[in-house]
Design a protein around this ligand. Structure first.
Ligand SMILES: Nc1nc2c(c(=O)[nH]1)N[C@H]1C(S)=C(S)[C@@H](COP(=O)(O)OP(=O)(O)OC[C@H]3O[C@@H](n4cnc5c(N)ncnc54)[C@H](O)[C@@H]3O)O[C@H]1N2
Ligand code: MOO
Length: 407
């Protein structure tokens, strides 16, 4: 029985989670998912310090000549108090005297003689002081379980003296396809054969998403061959196949999966394209059977496969997020199923791809995003607000844009 889009997502979330972990040096943890809660053990700044090279003074002394009694450098371990009408020369990052209430930058100060300075009277109390804990408080969350490690989290961890971090292991994914008409790209094709473009696509996309992907060749269209490929893949967390899920007479995928103890969670999603998608498991290995049609298989991977992999990675952000844009021209739609429309978003307008039949191969090479229309949508008017889901998305463009924000 085919399931709704929302039901399919719910099932994927319920059936998928992550527990295996490994410890990594923080520099190698980039793009991995944190498997522990880390809280700060050092406040940042660790102590009140100067943000400028200049003079540390008591604010109440700003109108009188000040005697320079000492110099404090960053890294000095000096604890002191200022007496009335005294100041110290101080460097950026150096610990300030306990009762210092303003730093005056060197260039704002008038030297009266070698030992005496006068500061401008219009300075502000607490200026140029970086206070303990204003950046990171003691006990504040640094990285939480389920968060993705990016360069900025590495900054935070390094600033806390953390050397290693518990991360979820990369999900192990196996990708293969079946079909007598298919040849892999390094093989010779006869006139009646085509290249298998789905397997390399799904391998690349899974790898891009942070999986450890194994390539195990291609099954022939026979139950025995597909079974052999499945049995060889049962140490994986996820098997992704494409093709053979429909009702054709040469579609042996279902039969082969049944024979190795496949339990299905759903068979078919009420979505266009990609309705014949199947999701289930064999033992502890999850299985996503995508349709053979190349565009259908890629779009289903984008909407459902990515959620599945986010979950397998242990990432708490696993639901698709959207960006608001506008439709660049009227778009007609056939009602009945939730429909995935690939297209190109230029930062303001979304242009639906003219080519989008499920069997096409070339479509996503010219797209960077998609929209997902509810089943009752007949028409999206030009300029209507729409929710855009990124696909190939890096925030760069080939035309130079004015990126400044104006009042
Ligand atoms: N009578 C029906 N026929 C079909 C139905 C249906 O409901 N009733 N559904 C159609 C839909 S929708 C889809 S999607 C396809 C799904 O078919 P399969 O998943 O069984 O895929 P195949 O039959 O093996 O192939 C379909 C198509 O895609 C090409 N293909 C397959 N694998 C690859 C690959 N790895 N790389 C590139 N191209 C691939 C294959 O040559 C076929 O052209 O079924 C419809 N039919
Ligand atoms: O679902 Mo199949 O949608 O034609 O490609």
């Amino acid at each position: 029985m085919a399931i709704s889009v929302a039901g399919a997502i719910q099932t994927i979330i319920e059936k998928t989670n992550r527990t295996n972990y490994e410890f990594l040096p923080i520099e190698q943890s980039i793009h991995r998912i944190c498997a522990q809660n880390i809280f700060s053990t050092h406040a940042l700044p660790r102590f009140d310090n100067s943000a400028m090279d200049g003079y540390a003074i008591r604010f109440e002394d700003r109108n009188v000549p000040l005697k320079v009694v000492d110099t404090i450098f960053a890294g000095d371990d000096k604890t002191m108090d200022l007496n009335a009408n005294e100041c110290v020369k101080i460097m950026t990052g150096a610990k300030i005297p306990d009762n210092c209430t303003a730093i005056v930058p060197q260039e704002d100060v008038k030297e009266l003689d070698k030992q005496t300075i006068q500061v401008p009277s219009n300075i502000k109390e607490n200026q140029h002081i970086r206070y303990i804990g204003e950046d990171v408080k003691l006990g504040e969350a640094v990285v939480l379980e389920g968060e993705k490690i990016n360069f900025a989290k590495i900054t935070l961890m390094a600033s806390q003296g953390i050397t290693h971090i518990k991360t979820f292991k990369k999900p192990k994914v196996v990708v293969f396809a079946s079909g007598e008409e298919l040849k892999l790209h390094y093989e010779k094709v006869k006139e009646y054969q085509i290249y298998n473009s789905n397997t390399p696509t799904l391998i690349a996309r899974s790898e891009e998403m942070g999986c450890e992907v194994n390539f195990i060749g291609q099954a022939r269209d026979s139950v025995e061959s597909i079974k052999e490929h499945i049995e060889n893949s049962l140490d994986a967390d996820l098997i992704i196949t494409s093709g053979g899920v429909s009702v054709g007479e040469a579609d042996f995928t279902k039969e082969a999966f049944t024979q190795v103890g496949f339990e299905s969670f759903f068979e078919g999603i009420i979505v266009k394209p990609g309705k014949p998608t199947i999701f289930g498991q064999i033992g502890s290995t999850l299985v996503l059977n995508l349709p053979g049609n190349p565009l259908a298989s890629s779009l289903i991977f984008e909407l459902f496969g990515k959620i599945l992999i986010q979950r397998l990675k242990g990432e708490s952000s696993c639901f698709p997020n959207t960006i608001l844009g506008k439709m660049d021209e009227d778009l007609k739609n056939k009602q009945g199923r939730v429909t995935i429309i690939p297209g190109f978003f230029n930062g303001e307008y979304f242009t639906a791809s003219q080519k989008r039949s499920p069997g096409m191969v070339s479509v996503l090479a010219k797209c960077n995003s998609m929209i997902v229309l509810n089943e009752d949508v007949q028409m999206i008017k030009k300029d209507a607000p729409i929710k855009i889901l990124p696909i190939n998305w890096e925030f760069f463009t080939d035309e130079e844009k004015d990126y400044l924000t104006y009042e």
